[in-house]
Write a protein that binds this ligand. Sequence first.
Ligand code: HEC
Ligand code: HEC
Ligand code: HEC
Ligand code: HEC
Length: 468
Amino acid sequence: MSRWSRSIRAGGRARVAGVAAIPIAVLFVALVVTVAAPSALAGEAVSAIAKGGRLYDNWRVELNLRDRRISHLPEPEILGTEATAAGRCVTCHGWDYQGQYGRSGGLVDGIAAAAGGDPRAVLAVLGDRIHGYGQDLRGEDLRNLALFVTRGQVNMDDWIDPASRRAHGDPGQGSIYFHSICAGCHGADGMAVASIPPLGDFSRDEPWHALHVILNGHPNGSMPPLRALEHARLADTLAYMQTLPSRPAIAAIVHGGRLYDTWYTENGRPAPEGWHPAYPKAAREALEGDTEASRVRAQRYSWRCVACHGWDYKGRDGVARSENLVPHVGIDGMAGMFPKRVEGVLTDDTHDYDRLLTARDIEDLAMFVSRGQIDMSQWIDPGTGAFLGDAAAHAAYYQTICATCHGVDGRGVRTMPPLGRMVTHDPERALHSVFNGHAGDDMPPLRAMGADLAAGILAYAATLPRRK
Ligand code: HEC
Ligand code: HEC
Ligand code: HEC
Ligand code: HEC
């Protein structure tokens, strides 16, 4: 099952990054200019159908029932994880409206057979014992849903080849729509909305979901529904989106590495309260100290990947230099594993990080676990902690790349101990930071230049003064 359909089953529990809304007027100018064939339906009916389509996608979000701003991705802090899963039509009936018989992950039969039928029959279904939506939705919303079901479904197979997932369309034509209507928010490369996967990858993996959104808009979002436009042009747009680039792997990996370090600092969010449930009791007692402040600090620490899996990625089998015990298995066993499998671990009951992180963050963490780990013992002597590099040969690198911030003697960043001390006390942590960048800071990651260089520079940094 793809991550998207999984996250839908889980209620799409993820956070949303704010996006500066582009003026709607600009969009509609773009629309009017590009409208090719006005639909036979009156504008009012079209907008009611599109509204029904957004309710089908996620009615809680569309109706702002839970204090939401612009997303179909419910906030777990507000909803609780149970409630978020409840009641999205798409979870049961699929993005291609073919339910379990389609390709887009429905659980039961589709709704395709109801297309062209009597809206009153659908209203009856929505009030039946399985559905019971009469309690949650008002009459007008139910009517919009019934209109969508009977008059708003498209035959997805006409526009998307079910086997290859490729849209039948002309990407050249589609680029016009994409750049006039979507790029203002999503960026010319489809990557600007940081909470969702790049649109290129998304529309290759989930073309039915993408087309549904193009037709109907996103729930409670500011994207205009485009269903009044000729559907062939929308298929062009989807075909163009399928040509958009994937994010460079290295950008995902170093971001994943910083999330591994401290995901909440990297994201500029508060850490969850209390202990991570999987942080074992003995380790808690060793860590929590005597004061309230030290306990809170220890609890916050327990949510970091590194707290359970270690700076050398080997968990309890690795070197433990810092004061904290590393209580669990390493992540090194999953190096080289297919990233989707790692995503499965990060969203399992032990981890449950899709409650706290966006879909893209989970993807980047999985990329780090799968492709970003190095065997640190090649660069750091496990016994002494000394860097196996030529310090003198790397002095000039340190002075050009690092000294601007850390100072010529390593004492320039006031919020941390002198670099000389930090690097000798915690070499694995230093190597991880220099390779991936420091969570929440501007420090540039050196991964692309290779671990030999990073370790060489750190060998030099280890010779710097250790006292303030
Ligand atoms: C006003 C800004 C804006 C415009 C314009 C916009 N989007 Fe979005 N889009 C977003 C945001 C923000 C999200 C993230 C989810 C959310 O918060 O709704 C998103 C999410 C998506 C998703 C993920 C699925 C979903 O339901 O959220 C798809 C697919 C998508 N957009 C496609 C498009 C396409 C195609 C266009 C142009 C036809 C477009 N968007 C125009 C802001 C925009
Ligand atoms: C938890 C799963 C689930 C959810 C959520 C769900 N349905 Fe259904 N739906 C079913 C099942 C099971 C059936 C078949 C039994 C029945 O008719 O009640 C069905 C049948 C239907 C039918 C009749 C299909 C036909 O071929 O006649 C329509 C229309 C329908 N659902 C629309 C919706 C809409 C619209 C929503 C969202 C507001 C929705 N469903 C949400 C499970 C679900
Ligand atoms: C509070 C402790 C804790 C935290 C924090 C934690 N994990 Fe884990 N992790 C575990 C435990 C326990 C296991 C083994 C059992 C399991 O997977 O349920 C595990 C297993 C794993 C595995 C699979 C290892 C293997 O070889 O099977 C990976 C990969 C992993 N974690 C990655 C992460 C990442 C990435 C993060 C941060 C987003 C993280 N973990 C945060 C406790 C934790
Ligand atoms: C743009 C400024 C900047 C540059 C350039 C920079 N750093 Fe940093 N570095 C920082 C900041 C800020 C911190 C975080 C201080 C804190 O934790 O409060 C940091 C932290 C570190 C840490 C500690 C990481 C940790 O986990 O606590 C190490 C080690 C480090 N830097 C090494 C280097 C080395 C080696 C270079 C050169 C390759 C370098 N830095 C270049 C700003 C920079």
